[in-house]
Design a binder for this molecule. Structure first.
Ligand code: S3P
Length: 432
């Protein structure tokens, strides 16, 4: 339990943790490349450390020193069977991407995680991996524990049913081990970190917008990479600054990959005063600094709208956006976001329920939310559902409430952002 006090404004500068999506990919691909991979600014979050412990269980030497990680790559065929099940904790990216690699191994692996992972749908990766020739058992055909007997894969042509970078990446990674070419066609674009990382490590890959081709068998070489900050973590401070008068927040070294910064373009269309300082290249990724100031111009005449076509490229930013929606005069409509129901929690339900507890008028649709704006939110008890992004979104909501908010499980923020409450103190002067 933690009480969050309202604050007058957010001021100062922080560097959000290294990007979770990029970290998972560099760790996993580093493990199956030859030679060392050296990662700087590797985040401290629990999810990316679940990936490292799974890799250790597969016989990969991994050393960590603060935010530096050295992975002694075993080459494409150097992983070893683990006799114990791999524990992915709370991490959907760990289980879905690693399953792609494990489908290519000539041994059996069991994967499991926490209660939230046990509720998340895995059929979306099981179906294409089976089509490639892997043998996979799952509870009720779709849930953990998963048992994967890999090897003997064949390349496929694959078109994901739901836009998902995790599913796309799973199939691409399995494609490294298949006979023949694996082609993925994405009708709706999602984050492209796997394509960029595989290119950086020297895989035989051709990515041309929606069409990706992976050629199997090419040995990759370890790389050195400075992981840029996570825009999905930065988003909480962006919203905090936009809703508290007098705020000015600088967010340093934030990843600005065009398949991740769509939320900045949407906020700019809505009139949010966000300055982006010149970006720098890190590996195949780009990063830069953001300066965000309070604005009273957003959603003044009509509701802000998040349309279905916006959602896939800002899927993790929607919890924070919903908090913005509750603060602008005309509110927000979110559509096409049904995927949020199968994240770490049912995020549409968690957002609606908690905003209502704080006195906002919100209705849930099957695929989104209608949030009436313009009301002062009240302090209340908040249920995080053990979901890091819900805990952080409602911490930000609390900053603009008229009395303190009590979070039931503030510690879950450490899944992606262990320093979140220290950064809150730095920006809003709250005692941790
Ligand atoms: C991720 C993809 C997204 C996102 C998740 C991280 C990734 O999930 O919500 O936090 O690293 O590929 P989906 O692929 O299920 O949309």
């Amino acid at each position: 339990m933690k009480n969050i006090q309202p604050c007058r404004c957010l001021r100062g500068s922080v560097q959000p943790p290294g990007d979770k999506s990029i970290a998972h990919r560099y760790a996993m691909i580093g493990a199956i490349a030859s030679g060392d991979t050296l990662l700087f600014n590797y985040p401290a979050g629990r999810d990316v450390h679940s990936t490292l412990s799974c890799l250790r269980q597969l016989g990969v030497p991994v050393e960590t020193q603060g935010t530096e990680v050295r992975i002694e790559g075993r080459g494409l065929h150097g992983l070893k069977a683990s006799h114990q099940p791999l524990d992915v904790g709370n991490s959907g990216t760990t289980i879905r991407l690693l399953s792609g690699i494990l489908a290519g191994q000539p041994f059996r692996t069991c994967l499991q995680g926490d209660e939230s992972i046990a509720r998340r749908p895995m059929r979306r990766i099981i179906a294409p991996l089976r089509q490639m020739g892997a043998s996979i058992e799952a509870r009720e055909g779709s849930f953990t524990p998963l048992e994967i007997r890999g090897g003997g894969l064949q390349g496929i042509d694959f078109q994901p049913q739901t836009p998902s970078a995790q599913v796309k990446s799973c199939v691409m990674l399995a494609g490294l081990y298949a006979r023949g070419i694996t082609r993925v066609f994405e009708p709706v674009a999602t984050r492209n970190h796997t394509e960029l990382a595989l290119g950086h490590f020297g895989a035989a890959l051709h990515a041309d917008g929606a069409r990706i081709e992976v050629q199997p068998g090419k040995e990759m070489r370890g790389v050195t990479m400075h992981i840029p900050g996570d825009i999905s973590s930065a988003m909480f401070w962006i919203v905090g600054a936009l809703i508290r008068p007098g705020s000015e927040v600088i967010l340093e070294n934030v990843g600005l990959n065009p398949s991740r910064d769509a939320v900045l373009r949407l906020l700019a269309r809505w009139g949010a005063p966000i300055e982006i300082q010149p970006s720098m290249q890190t590996g195949m990724e780009v990063a830069g600094s953001l300066t965000v100031r309070y604005s009273d111009r957003l959603g003044r005449r009509e509701p802000l709208e998040v349309q279905p076509e916006d959602v896939p490229l800002m899927i993790d930013e929607i919890p924070a956006l919903a908090i913005l929606g509750a603060h602008v005069p005309c509110g927000m409509k979110i559509r096409g976001a049904e995927e949020l129901r199968v994240k770490e929690s049912d995020r549409l339900k968690a957002l609606a329920e908690n905003l209502q507890r704080m006195g906002a008028a919100v209705s849930e649709t099957t695929d989104g939310l209608d949030i009436e704006g313009g009301r002062t939110l009240h302090g209340s008890d908040i249920r995080t559902f053990g979901d890091h992004r819900i805990a952080m979104a409602f911490t930000i909501a609390a900053l603009a409430a008229d009395s303190p908010v009590a979070l039931d499980d503030p510690g879950c923020a450490a899944v992606s952002y262990p320093d979140f409450y220290e950064h809150l103190q730095a920006l809003a002067g709250q005692t941790a």
